[in-house]
Design a protein around this ligand. Structure first.
Ligand code: GLU
Length: 291
């Protein structure tokens, strides 16, 4: 019988907090309800910020919560070759180009553009790529890369959208504005997104989309903060010929001031709560999954 596959995919760049607990427990509960499997993926492509002790803590905290997953765990840092192969495929389609501006150069360009009217921001509030690298000649690109200049590989969004055509996804949760049902994707809202950098040979988007396909994930259950990034994920799935999962974006657990929890929020860290005597049942209650 067709079996559903879910995944919890934390980044080991800090200790887990109540927001992670909610996402992991919801994935676990839904996998049970569907008679499906729960996988665990460690999203550690940012080798500067990810640490083995945080990864060890993830296993410990999840086990303490009573969550089990089907082995093996997929650790993204062990699969850079898979991501490189996908990049080569997109490059062969003529959809990637390198840009060479530094972050401060980009900020200066945006500041100048803002003086002539508000330059557009992506759904996360980050300025759309304003550079002109798409216009560099092939010879210039090759010369600058060969010279060892830092670069970001960007998706030529207009060309990619033209190639992929209209995109939708099935949402069984809710977006920031309450959308459920069939959602029309709008990847162009993100501009020419970065898919890799000289020092990090994949982006979150590329790695997550490829891994969801490689791991046979049928149901992506994750936080609402990633709702609109699903537009980019659908686009990459179509360009790379990957299957389409169903998406379920869940509520975020907020602090008392209504802010999203960060990894440094001590009072909501699972280890801190455990140290003060909280039980896994208390954690379930705190995130609204209590019985
Ligand atoms: N690694 C991401 C995070 O820690 C989750 C990505 C996903 O679920 O697609 O927020």
């Amino acid at each position: 019988m067709y079996s559903r596959v879910l995944r919890f995919a934390p980044s080991p760049n800090g200790y887990l907090h109540l927001g992670h607990a909610y996402s992991a427990l919801l994935n676990h509960d839904l996998a049970r309800e569907f008679g499906g499997r729960l996988l665990l993926r460690i999203e550690d492509i940012d080798v500067e910020r990810c640490r083995p002790e945080y990864e060890a803590a993830i296993y410990e905290d999840l086990r303490w919560l009573g969550i089990t997953w089907v082995e093996p765990v997929r650790r993204q840092s062990e699969h850079f070759d898979d991501y490189a192969a996908a990049l080569t495929e997109l490059e062969a389609q003529g959809l990637l180009y390198p840009s060479f501006e530094s972050r401060s150069e980009l900020s200066a360009i945006v500041a100048e553009l803002d003086r002539h009217g508000h330059w557009p921001r992506d759904p996360d509030g980050v300025p759309i790529y304003p550079g002109r690298a798409r216009k560099l000649s092939a010879a210039e690109r090759t010369r600058r890369r060969a010279a060892g200049e830092p670069f970001a590989l960007r998706l030529a969004m207009d060309a990619a959208v033209a190639r992929a055509g209209a995109l939708r996804w099935t949402e069984t949760g809710a977006g920031p504005h309450g959308q459920a049902g069939i959602v029309t994707a709008a990847p162009q809202l993100w501009g020419d997104v970065v898919l890799a950098r000289k020092e990090t040979p994949t982006s979150y988007h590329l790695a997550a989309v490829l891994d969801d396909a490689l791991q046979g994930v049928t149901d992506v259950v994750r936080g609402q903060d990633l709702f609109w990034t699903t537009s980019i994920h659908r686009l990459l799935q179509v360009l790379l010929g990957l299957p389409e999962p169903t998406y379920h974006h869940h509520k975020l657990i907020l602090d008392d001031d209504g802010h999203k929890l960060s990894k440094s929020t001590k009072s909501t860290g699972l280890r801190e709560l455990r140290a003060t005597g909280a039980t896994p049942r208390d954690i379930r209650r705190m995130v609204g999954l209590g019985r």
